[in-house]
Design a protein around this ligand. Sequence first.
Ligand SMILES: [Zn+2]
Length: 285
Amino acid sequence: MAAVEKALSDSDFAQLLRLDAPLADAKQIMLCHPADYVERIRMSIPAAGIYQLDADTYVSPGSLKAALRGVGGACHGVDLVMDGTVQNAFVAMRPPGHHAERATPMGFCMFGTVAIAARHAMEQHGLSRVAVVDFDVHHGNGTQDLLWDEKRAFFVSSHQMPLWPGTGRADERGAHGNVMNVPLPPGTEGTTFRRIYEDTVLPQLDRFAPELILVSAGFDAHKDDPLAELDLTEDDFAWVTGALCDIAARHAKGRVVSVLEGGYDLEALGRSIAAHVRVLMEKGA
Ligand SMILES: [Zn+2]
């Protein structure tokens, strides 16, 4: 979060409207997770020190509140773009959310933030076509699990394969053909990434004609990231952000809510977020 704050402290972002994220309420979390799961997470939060939920997922006394603010921020972002207060929003949050399945915390994630925001848009705002685009280098297995049988959502994930968590093959299509997986081999560079989006992802999104685009904005596909082997740069993240905003302009009155997922080289993360938010500001002006 310090790296994110630093990146957004540049004078380029002086005009940015900055709001504190509210805590999500239980009703919002339960749009995607059963009550006993929420209780299990709540009970696992230690009074002091660290507790390990799985091989990668550790919680400390502040973790529940942080995760609830992530979900609350994403839902509030949806509210603000739906009521026209802003055209788009970026939710700078930790922990990420796209690996959390219905009743399983995974990969630093406790709650499926972006999937909850999608359901919130459907239930609170009556939307029937919500696109979720995940360009984090890891497959958004949690979002896929939570939206697998959701006809009102179209979920697209591009990710390195092979790579943890191992899911996200192109033949995983969702219960209604509402999931699109785009596995990319290690070493994929920006030119190939852009061509694949232009040839396959963007036309499918155009056909779906979303009323809102949610973005799982992970920046760990950056060439400097230590957790994976894709070779994107901040220019590629700016490009894909612009392309998604253009689709939103055509179908969704420009409505885009982007939530932070991964990104583990802090310099690259800062530059990538700056590039991403700069495009959101230009397109939302
Ligand atoms: Zn990731």
